[in-house]
Design a binder for this molecule. Structure first.
Ligand SMILES: C[S@@+](CC[C@H](N)C(=O)[O-])C[C@H]1O[C@@H](n2cnc3c(N)ncnc32)[C@H](O)[C@@H]1O
Length: 197
């Protein structure tokens, strides 16, 4: 149905446009919810194609880490794989080796793994804790991208909490923007934050 809207068909197409305009080869990027690995693969193609870029990917589920590892190894040249760090764990605690003010893009695709256990969904207290750490890790001009899923009850609450938080960010330090479809009921939405350059 949405293939007739070539500008962007989904919130993910919209997110990808932002990611592409922000990341250049050599950047450090983080996928904070790697799931099946599709977003991680997209980020790796942007950041690792030349230079000394690094990608970090996290998920609480070991199955997600293994799916991501498989997808990356099937689609990327072997010499790139040692610049990707996969970590099983909660994104409220990023790997300590990531330096402050070093990361160009941090991506959250919230909710639960499609086709997986729905109770293993992101949860606003840990998402907000993670977002605070992400703000510190981000370099000037860097972007945080959050896709929200208000079509399920926990996702709706999480979106509300995130919007309340990002609406209050200091405008000189942060640009915060919320994209949502106003004629698609309960469609996913996209929050984009940019740190002042
Ligand atoms: C919508 S899926 C992500 C899809 C993924 N980006 C892709 O391209 O396939 C959300 C993921 O968030 C993970 N997750 C839930 N809570 C988390 C947490 N506290 N820390 C890290 N990952 C979490 C889930 O396990 C799930 O895999």
């Amino acid at each position: 149905m949405f293939s007739k809207f070539p500008l962007f068909q989904s919130h993910l197409d919209l997110a990808h446009n932002y990611w592409q305009s922000c990341v250049t080869p050599g950047d450090i990027v983080i996928d904070a919810t790697c799931g099946n690995g599709r977003d991680t693969l997209f980020l790796c193609k942007l950041a690792l194609s030349s230079g000394d870029g690094h990608a970090y990917a996290m998920d609480i589920q070991s199955m997600a880490i293994e799916k991501t590892r498989k997808l990356l190894s099937e689609n990327l040249e072997a010499n790139l794989l040692n610049r990707i760090i996969l970590t099983q764990g909660c994104h409220s605690q990023f790997p300590t080796e990531i330096c402050e003010s070093s990361v160009k893009l941090i991506v959250y695709n919230l909710g639960y793994l499609p086709g997986g256990e729905k109770s293993l969904t992101t949860f606003s207290p840990t998402t907000l804790k993670s977002l605070e750490s992400a703000q510190t890790l981000l370099k000037k001009g860097g972007i945080i991208s959050l896709t929200c899923y208000p079509g399920h009850p926990a996702g709706k609450i999480e979106e509300e909490h995130l919007l309340a938080y990002v609406s209050g960010l200091e405008p000189k330090a942060w640009s915060s923007c919320h994209h949502r479809w106003i004629n698609r009921r309960e469609a996913p939405s996209l929050i984009i934050l940019q740190k002042s350059a």
